[in-house]
Design a protein. Sequence first.
Length: 629
Amino acid sequence: MRPRKVLRIGRWEVTKNAGGIDRKTAAVVAAALLVLGAAVPLVLAQGGVTLDEGFYRVGVEEESPLYPVVESDPTFAVRDSDAELGSEIDLRIVGSQVVASDSQKGASALSELRSSVDSYNDRVMADEPNQTAAFPVTVTVTYAERNLTIGPADGTGDGGTDGTTGDGTGDGGTDGTTGDNGTGDGGTDGTTGDGTGDGGDGTGDRDTDGTTGDSGAGGDVGSIARGLTGSDEMSGTPSEISPPFPFQSLILAFLFIIPLNFVIQAYGSTMLSERLNRRGELMLVTPVSRWDIIAGKTLPYFLGAMAFEGAIAGAVIALEPGSGSGAYAMLAVVPLVLLFLSATFLGAMFARSFKELTFVTVTITVGLTAYAFVPAIFTDVTPIALVSPLTVVVRDIQGVAIAPLEAAISTLPPLFTATLFFVLGAGLYREEDMFTQRSIPLKVLDSLAGRIRRRRSVALMVVLLMPLVVLAELVAVAAIYPISLGLPRPLWLGLILLAIVTIEELAKSLPAYAGFVHSRYDRTVRSALVVGALAGLGFFVAEKGLLVVQLLGGLPEVQQAAVVSAGPTAGIDPLVGLGLLLAPLALHVVTAATSAVGMRSGRQGYAIGLTAAIAIHFAYNYAVVMLVV
């Protein structure tokens, strides 16, 4: 690509096309986005919105002792006590007596009133000059970060000194923490701090000031608390301490994802307009490459999206004193913007009309928004949220430290997937494909077949699809995770494995099927077996290469999984170990060959072969997981 030509095409795109949107419409859209970008940070800074204001109607006189409670709570709307119970009011208060309407709303109003009375009493007691008499018991919960470490098998070693994991027996630290199977004496401030360490945990029950110590295993509770509350401590009466709702994470994720849905509408329109009525033919005959054209047309929309994201990040950081620098946030947004644009570009190459493009764009919007938005809501709850780049954005805005490896896990899969989408779309950006009217499934096969020249090309194509496979599997796991909490272990494990197996088999078989449809291969059993074996080999190499990168990168979860997987094979014969290592290769070759043999006879044969391959792959994975885990 030549930068001068790219910039010139980008300037033409801004001045001539602009996605087919006139200036008035563009001004209205820009104003709406600016209002949204200005309003939501203000709402975020205020800590949220009151959705239930005036929801319950209460009839109460000013002389009633409960009137200050009702009047100070925005959930209640004060009405005349003589109003009809049920149709006009939900609660009637006469003196200190409360009567609720015979309805579900009345029962809910009564429950809300009890909570309001408790909160009102706490506020009144908080104004008392003698706080010791008002609140004889005050609890301070300190959230400490917990890091899982694997200690020696003999149980030797010192306990932790800050409520973190110890790796064996030993004396308690200065704050009353303990190691595994060890005890720790009290702290230095005269408080009782004796605690016992649970075997293998290294838990500590008390620290120097009598506060609750770390439990020694599990997730990063310190980071969770910091993200939810803004600090590592929660203090107050026992009735005041409760897990807060992650409203900030939800609003931040929503705020950064909304502008992208507007940008891709204009981008998809301008790319499809090049294909209708052969408008793009003049550009194709100019002395510029297809990559110059694609980059030039994409550049204005990319810069516009980044400008919106930067303005939103700057506004939030300015309104939130404890926010981070925003550097990680802007870097994490780049692959997300590219993913939206690349998926829209590929969809515009597939669509035959603006009506079909609308369907494609809606699908892209729903799918990618779910991928980016839903995991980011749980930024402060579970590490699974790292599948989304918005998790890095939310953490950076909240001022939470971000490890480079965590940022890489969140951003590299969408970045590589965006590159793949642009490559596949560029394969169709030529006269013989741009101006033909074919259905979307056939266009998908055209984009895959454009990169296949000979048999071994299918292996390379499968390797190139690996970023999309990783991204799809991450989305599948993140989608199944919320519903898996209430399901039995074999069931939710089977759902996850079925989703992963289906994605992998589609990635291995679609390039081969595209080759057969476009007559790149002979429709013989021998040819199908060779093509299937090459597809399986390509997937095996890409899969193991990705695993090696994760292990070298120091990803704790992957390292622990590798240790668990190696447990049953420790001390076995090297030849047996080699056989177990090559078993996945045999699996991928067999399943890919099964699909390839079926696809020789057409679409129905492909469906039968793919189903058989999924069944074989699922049975193997389920058996291995149930034996090892």
